[in-house]
Every structure is written in C-alpha cells, then in structure tokens.
Design a protein around this ligand. Structure first.
Ligand SMILES: O=C(NCCCCCn1ccc2cnccc21)c1cc(-c2ccc(F)cc2)cc(O)c1O
Ligand SMILES: [Mg+2]
Length: 214
C-alpha cells in the first residue's frame, strides 16, 4: 500500500539530514515541505519565532500538544538546557511512530518524553504521572478547538504559575478565535501576537504568546 506523507517525510530526513544534527533535520523537513509535499509542521518562519521565545524563557518544564512528525519537538528540544526534558503529546499513533524516528535521528531522544492520547485525558494526569508542579513553557499545536478548553484545564489543574508562557500556533489559520478572545481579554494573561504566515505558504497566520499572571 502507498506510504503516508509522514513516512515520506521520514525518508527525506534519513536521506538528506546528518544523524545527530538537529539543524540538518529541520532543514531537510523544510526542504521536503517546500519542494515535495506541504505538511503541517510549524515551519521555518514561525519556527524562528518559536526558537526566540524558547530561548527567552529557557524553560525547565515544557509541554507540547501536537507532536505530528516531531519538527517543533526537535526545534524546542535542541534549545533546552542540559538535563531538561520536554513532554510531547500526540493523539495519532502513526504520527507518533514517525516522530519517534525523526527525534531519534536528530539525536534528541533523551530530551523528549513522548505520550500518546488526548489532551483532555492527559492534562489532569500530568502532576501525578510526571511529578511536575507547573510548566514554564507550553506549545499548543493540536486541535484548534481544544486550545480554549485546555488552557482552562491547565488553570483548574494548577499547572500554571506566575510567568508561565503559552505559545499557540495557527491562531489565524486554521484559527482559534475563542482562544484568542479569552487570552486577550482575561486579566490573568498578558498576550502578544507574532504575525507570520501559514507554514510554507503566503497565507496569513501567526503565533500568540500569553504569559500567565497568576
Ligand atoms: O490541525 C492542525 N494541527 C492539529 C493536528 C491534529 C492534532 C491531534 N492531536 C495531537 C495531540 C492532541 C492532543 N489532544 C487532542 C488532539 C491532539 C494544523 C492544521 C493546519 C492546516 C491544515 C490545512 C490547511 F489548509 C491550513 C492549515 C496547519 C497547522 O499548523 C496545524 O497545526
Ligand atoms: Mg500548527
């Protein structure tokens, strides 16, 4: 049977990137998506903004919702301080399988804990399962209609502290209007929009960075 797009992306990484070199893995995926097949990685333009926010926060505890093929996982993990690990959640087992191989090819498997399931199920379990009190940095890149219920779940589960940073992909395209309305109008967040474009296209999109004020 025909291979899947994530499988073809993995082949492109194995062919064009250098094992243990995260930058070459990132470049190989971006090249594949620009020249062969579009895929819903955060991409290079928004990825650079992600890099700058991760570098600024220098987080000790990190959660990513939406692993997909591991592109943003590699972008984040390569910037973490030694000894820091990130938790990345993926709902689709086929995506998770490809991501595991791409993350390992980049040599970052020791900095990543992959979890399979839905955010609604996982978020209430995090404190217990991973001995985490609060997150310094959360990257939202999963179902866009889950951004709002999940940020409320983070609050209810006591997973945010004064200064926790949430960065949300696709707030314009496909869009997360209710989420935007909430973080931009809630007195409990300081929110800022980073304009960019939908990965590998000229379509308007951007990232929303929201700092929890406690
Ligand atoms: O849908 C997107 N991502 C989510 C994929 C599914 C996530 C599933 N999942 C993972 C963890 C998890 C935990 N709990 C519940 C569900 C969970 C997405 C789409 C586009 C896009 C597509 C077509 C188009 F024409 C324009 C834009 C661009 C992006 O950058 C995107 O991120
Ligand atoms: Mg996205």
């Amino acid at each position: 049977t025909r291979s899947t797009r994530p499988q073809r992306m993995l082949k492109a990484v194995q062919k064009n990137a250098t094992k243990g070199n995260p930058e070459s893995v990132i470049s190989a995926i971006d090249y594949f998506c620009k020249n062969s097949e579009w895929a819903m990685n955060v991409g290079d333009e928004k990825g650079s903004i992600l890099d700058s926010v991760v570098t600024e926060v220098n987080p000790s505890t990190v959660l990513e919702l939406g692993t997909y093929c591991g592109y943003s996982t590699v972008r984040i993990a390569r910037l973490l301080s030694p000894g820091t690990k990130l938790i990345t959640l993926e709902f689709n087992p086929a995506y998770a399988t490809v991501a595991r191989q791409i993350i390992a090819y980049a040599g970052l498997q020791d900095k990543v804990t992959q979890v399979e399931g839905s955010s609604a199920d996982l978020i209430p379990q995090i404190k217990e399962r991973f001995s985490i009190t609060t997150f310094d940095f959360i990257f939202l890149d999963h179902w866009k209609d889950r951004y709002l219920p999940d940020i409320k779940l983070f609050e209810e589960c006591g997973l945010l502290r004064k200064g926790s940073v949430l960065l949300a992909d696709n707030v314009i395209c496909p869009g997360a209007p209710e989420y935007l309305e909430y973080v931009r109008n809630s007195p409990r967040y300081e929110s800022r929009y980073y304009p960019a474009h939908l990965e590998y296209t000229k379509v308007e999109d951007g990232l929303e960075k929201s700092v929890f004020l406690g």
